[in-house]
Design a protein around this ligand. Sequence first.
Ligand SMILES: [Mn+2]
Length: 244
Amino acid sequence: MKMDIIGDIHGCFQEFQQLTQKLGYSWETGLPVHPEKRRLGFIGDITDRGPHSLRMIELTWKLWKHHGAYYVPGNHCNKLYRYFLGRKVQIKHGLETTVAELDQLSAKKFNHFKSMFMELYERSPLYQILDNGRLIMAHAGIKEEYIGKHNKSVKTFVLYGDITGEALPDGRPVRRDWAKHYKGEAYIIYGHTPVRQPRQMGKTLNIDTGAVFGGHLTAVRYPEIELVSVPSSLPFIQEKFTTF
Ligand SMILES: [Mn+2]
């Protein structure tokens, strides 16, 4: 099985289109389709902060529904889902841009986007084990002992990473560097923590290169493990990137 897994898109439709074209997908039908039937994989955080969150919801849903794409949610997806459920969530940290797009819609269109997103979210696993256990897609990664398990700690880990519960002076959560300690056999493709260059540690690969913060949108071809990136059209914000 051959696929192309794309890092945190955050509404960066233009970069998504350019990246899929660079990966060899054709947009003739209005959707990216690969001539050799490769599939796309989304590792979550498809919305928020960037200019085209609704377009990314529609595209991801269509690709998942009709073209065998894989999707796992990120923390922003989880929050948008809770927003659609009517829960009290804070409309900030990026959600405000998606809500602003939704606020422009008629009730009918709003319900259309809501039902697409809710179906995608509800029917997708929190992390995906593929290729007979050789490949794992998880938004913020996963530690070896959690693979195959499903409980609250696993959910928190795959959505938010290895957080300690403490915050840095700028408000960002303190995270442990789980990838440094991963000794498993499965390839773990993840994102969530923006890095200037894709970061490979053992068999873990972080492909969130901060498209929405002016970095790059990155994909990894699987099983080749080849990286393909396009530069972001958005302004570069250095302090959003993590350095190890
Ligand atoms: Mn995230």
